[in-house]
Each structure stands twice: as C-alpha cells, then as structure tokens.
Design a protein around this ligand. Sequence first.
Ligand SMILES: Cc1cc2nc3c(=O)[nH]c(=O)nc-3n(C[C@H](O)[C@H](O)[C@H](O)COP(=O)(O)O)c2cc1C
Length: 362
Amino acid sequence: MTTLQPLKIGKHTIKIPIFQGGMGVGISWDELAGNVSKEGALGIISAVGTGYYKHMQFVEKLVKHKPFETINFYSKTALNEIFKNARKICGNSPLGVNILHAINDYGRVVRDACEAGANLIITGAGLPTNMPEFTKNFPDVALIPIVSSAKALRIICKRWEERYKRVPDAIVVEGPLSGGHQGFKYEDCFKPEFQLESIVPEVAKEAKEWGGIPIIAAGGVWDRTDIDRFISLGASGVQMGTRFLGTYECDAKAYQKILPHINKEDIELIKSPVGYPARALKVGVIARLEEGNAPKVQCVSNCVAPCHRGVEAKKVGYCIADSLGKGHLGDEREGLFFSGANGYRVKKIVSVKELIQELAQG
Ligand SMILES: Cc1cc2nc3c(=O)[nH]c(=O)nc-3n(C[C@H](O)[C@H](O)[C@H](O)COP(=O)(O)O)c2cc1C
C-alpha cells in the first residue's frame, strides 16, 4: 500500500485526497463537513435545503411548516451560519460546498456560497456549463463539476474554454453505485460499461487532453482497497458519501438508528422529481408509497427546476424537498433517506476521526 498523496486543486491543498460528498438536505452541514476538513480530508457542506437548518429558525416565511419558495429553501442566512460553525471546527482548512445544477436560483446560491467562504464548489445533477459565470469575483474558489462520462467532461471543457478561457480545477466522476441521484438512465445503472471501474479510465484520459485535470472517483468506494484501486485506474482521490452517513457527526442523526438494520434488498433505485433515478432506502416515504399512503404532494418550497412546482413530484408520488427535510428532522415515517448501494455494510457508527484514520492508514 502506498501513502495517499496530498491533492492540489486550484489554490487549495487537500492533505488526504478524500472528499466527503455533499449530502442534502441537512446530512453534510457544519458538524460533518467541519470535522472532515479538520481531519485533513475535504468536508463538503450541502447548500441544498439550508432553510431547514436548526429547525428553520433562519427562514423568514414558513407555509405549512415548510420554507416558503426558493429564497427560503436555499436560505443565505442559514448557509452563512453553517459555514461560520464549520469554520469554528476546521479553522482555515479547505472547505467545499455542493450545489446541484438543477436547483432553482443556482447562480444566486453559488454567489452566496462564495460569500460564505467556500473554497471549492462541487456541482452535479446537470451539466454546469455556466458555473464560472457566477464566481467571477472569487478567483480563488476552485470549480469542480461532477460527470458520469468522458463526453460530459468534453462538453464542459469546450464551453468553459470558449466562454471563460478556463477548464475545471478538478472533476468528480461518479458511477452508478452512489447514493442519491444518478447521472444515468435507470437501465444503464446496471450495465458493466457504466460502472465506475469502466468510466474512471475514460474520464482520466479525457482529463489529460485538457491539461491534466485531477479526477476524483465516486460511487461505491468503501475502504482503502477501493481507494487504491481507483487511484491505480487514474484517479487522484475519491469522494465518499455512504460511509459518512455512519458517523456520529453526520448532521442527519436518523441514519445512526436506521442504517445498522438495513439489508442489501432494502436499498433501491427510485424515481425522483429531479428527473434522474435516485438510490434510497426502502423506509420512510418510500415505504409509505408502496403501501399507498404517502403524504399528499403540495409544492411550497419550489426547490428544483425540473419538478415544475410539483408537477413531477405528483407523478412520482412524493415531494423531494419535504421528504428530505423530514428525513433531516428525524421523521422516520415520512422522511426520504438516500444511500449508496453499500449502505447495508454500515454496521457500526464511528467518529469521523476514526473513519479518516482507517481510510488513510489502511
Ligand atoms: C444521503 C445522500 C445524499 C446525497 N446528496 C447529494 C447531493 O445533495 N448532491 C450531490 O451532488 N450528491 C449527493 N449525494 C452523492 C454523494 O455526494 C457521493 O458522491 C456519493 O454518495 C458517493 O457514493 P457512495 O455513497 O457510494 O460513497 C448524496 C449521497 C447520499 C448517500
């Protein structure tokens, strides 16, 4: 086993090349991200649903006990608080933020995150061809799109070079074992050519053509053996989500209770109002859907553009903002709980420090 090498991304150096993937709503906020960055890996704050932070105390207008409209669902005041509190834990260590491209108000939230002190921005769920547009006044902020193919990377690099005379500072390449939304059609998630082992070398080759952009492999990475395998395939680091769900510091505490009882067959790909398949636990609102007694969809937060104010939510049978919000608040009956395909392997809750030590030292 070789020693993991520090990873330089733009102006920032991540001592241990492990990203804790951004997880919304309220799964990777100050406590989780702050502690991951404190341990030398990269903590990533989720900018999704910050209106739910500290039981919605920063939200100016609530309707039916939910943040009203996009401006409150992606609350700037709450995002600032999350950063302030994470900084108390990790000081000046690099700290990232995850912002989905599919959200309403993407540009405004990117600017909010820069002002809140994010050092790196990670964006998936759509092709962020306009990402640099919103960070012009923050040249030190590193920009990291998430892709699932070499073609997607090529499109982003071409557009960015034409319009902004730059390419991404790093790239996350995510395969179909990851938690949450997938960058693939449902049936493609099971094909060998779309698995992470197949797409990492292709994306690494494309990244070389654009000046050697570092790539970070995500989706199903579990232990040091996996990390070493993806590094040998051309990655410079990894992004992990599911393993961090099983830490004491995870900001959605319900996972500590739920995950140790999950079996492999309790994790499935579901339809999402965002328009991509998503991997989730068959508990909470997903179990209610199967029973036919899920709560009625009423769009209050207007969270993601592809949902069209609840039109898609009604089709799939649940509101993603409300359900993830309930999950963060600990509602095991109606919450939505995403997980990677490895979620059933979390048998014991550990501290972030223990987990990072295990991964770094093997
Ligand atoms: C509970 C959960 C929520 C997630 N939420 C987001 C999100 O809001 N934005 C995003 O880009 N990725 C999200 N992801 C993906 C993770 O950031 C990460 O890339 C992925 O989980 C890696 O795969 P792994 O879980 O097998 O380690 C989420 C994953 C999980 C498990």
